[in-house]
Design a protein around this ligand. Structure first.
Ligand SMILES: [Zn+2]
Length: 68
């Protein structure tokens, strides 16, 4: 199992998905070409409903850090 670098969705390597190596050697996993393309365009995953990250961020926003 690998986690998509863009949408945070876990996927199995058997069901497609691929790994991209950055110039600095960092490995990025993508579940689909869609995710790879969005990552390349430096799009914010939070703006996409299909990206899991959105929910995580929304949850964090509801919990104020500076709550008294
Ligand atoms: Zn993905």
């Amino acid at each position: 199992m690998a986690e998509c670098s863009f949408c945070s969705r876990e996927y199995s390597g058997m069901n497609g998905g691929f790994t991209v190596f950055e110039r600095d050697g960092t490995a990025r996993h993508f579940c689909s070409r869609k995710c790879r393309r969005n990552q390349e365009m430096k799009r914010d995953a939070r703006k996409f409903k299909w990206a899991k990250k959105q929910g995580a961020v929304a949850k964090a926003a509801r919990t104020p850090k500076a709550a008294k």
